[in-house]
Design a protein around this ligand. Structure first.
Ligand SMILES: [Zn+2]
Length: 210
């Protein structure tokens, strides 16, 4: 999700969070992980590149990209996929914070990977860290709605005010320890979650403008 930024992203905090979570993984998986859920094409898209660079953002003005952006994503397994997930999250972070993008959130389909992974800038937390969420789903919506001016890294030019985003949502996702986590989020952060989780279901923000 693209938004007129209010403040610079908290790069150091997110890097710390990613590195520390990865450190936990590497301790738990000192041996080779079992085969994961990522296909050969997805794995090569993530790994066969300059890993210090952002990934290409898939856009709606390309027919092939559009087809992928309209597709549904599949769940990941934080244990079986730990190595490739670490690389994907790092790549998504580089992409959403890249000067050409500067978004407040990104979903894996936007870099061409149909997996249920999103990154959200948590402006509701101190330092506004970017955090990664696996297999996120919204299990409860507030009746109260909010207006929000939205844009999208994958949608050139178009912006618009959505009026049907819930003010608060209850999100359930898979923790990096493979246990389910539930969290209530509200305000602008809730809009980012709704926007990014839409991507995992092939829904784009302008669908809400109709
Ligand atoms: Zn978007």
């Amino acid at each position: 999700m693209k938004f007129n930024r209010l403040s610079p992203a908290a790069i150091y905090l997110i890097v710390f969070l990613l590195v520390s979570s990865c450190a936990i993984f590497s301790k738990r998986h000192s041996t080779l992980p079992p085969a994961g859920t990522f296909g050969v094409d997805q794995t090569s898209l993530i790994t066969q590149r300059d890993t210090s660079e952002p990934m290409r953002v898939f856009k709606t003005d390309s027919a092939n990209d559009y087809t992928l952006l309209r597709s549904k994503s599949l769940d990941v397994d934080p244990f079986a996929d730990s190595v490739i997930l670490k690389k994907l999250i790092r790549a998504m972070y580089l992409t959403v914070t890249d000067s050409a993008s500067l978004g407040v959130g990104i979903a894996a389909p936007q870099v061409g990977v149909l997996k249920n992974v999103i990154l959200v800038e948590r402006a509701d937390k101190q330092g506004s860290p970017f955090e990664a969420y696996l297999n996120p789903r919204i299990i409860q919506y507030s009746k109260m709605k909010q207006d929000c001016r939205e844009g999208c890294l994958s949608v050139p030019v178009t912006r618009g005010v959505t009026k049907n985003r819930s003010y608060a949502i209850l999100v359930e996702y898979t923790g990096f320890d493979n246990k389910p986590v539930r969290e209530m989020v509200e305000g602008f952060t809730a809009v980012i979650f709704q926007h990014e989780i839409d991507h995992l279901n092939g829904i784009l923000f302008f669908d809400h403008l109709k």
